[in-house]
Write a protein that binds this ligand. Structure first.
Ligand code: SF4
Length: 121
C-alpha cells in the first residue's frame, strides 16, 4: 500500500466506531488473523442502508458506499425496495473483498445487521 493509500485509509477510519465495534459481543471472525481473502464480507442488500459504518471501521479498506445496482434493487422484495429507496438507494459495495482478514469489525459495527462473514472456499 502506498503512503497516499494509507493516508486515505486512515482518514476514513472513525476511532470511536472502531473502539465500539472491537468491544461488541456481535464481533465474529478471526480478529485479523486470517489470510487475506480466506473470508469475505457479504452484504444483505435488503438490509443495508448505506450508512457507511463498515467503511469507518474496516482496517483494510474493503468497502465503498455507492448506488445499488438496478438488477439487485429490482430483485428485492417490495418492502426492502421501499427501505432502500427511502435511503437514497445507497448500499455498501465490496470492491476489495480479497483484502479482508476477518477482523469482524464490520459485522459488529453495521447498525442494520446487514453484514456477515463467509468463508471464501
Ligand atoms: S471483517 Fe469486515 S472490517 Fe474486518 S477486514 Fe474484513 S471486511 Fe474489513
Amino acid at each position: 500500500m502506498s503512503d497516499a493509500e494509507s493516508n486515505t485509509r486512515q482518514s476514513r477510519l472513525d476511532p470511536d466506531k472502531v473502539s465500539r465495534a472491537s468491544l461488541s459481543p456481535r464481533r465474529v471472525g478471526e480478529r485479523c488473523g486470517a489470510a487475506p481473502g480466506a473470508y469475505r464480507p457479504s452484504v444483505d442488500p435488503g438490509r443495508c442502508e448505506g450508512k457507511a459504518d463498515c467503511v469507518a471501521v474496516c482496517p483494510h479498506d474493503v468497502f465503498e458506499i455507492g448506488r445499488i445496482d438496478d438488477s439487485v434493487y429490482r430483485a428485492l422484495p417490495l418492502r426492502a425496495r421501499f427501505k432502500v429507496w427511502a435511503h437514497g438507494k445507497k448500499t455498501a459495495h465490496i470492491p476489495h473483498a480479497d483484502a479482508c482478514q476477518a477482523c469482524g469489525l464490520c459485522v459488529a459495527a453495521c447498525p442494520e445487521n446487514a453484514i456477515t462473514l463467509v468463508c471464501a472456499d
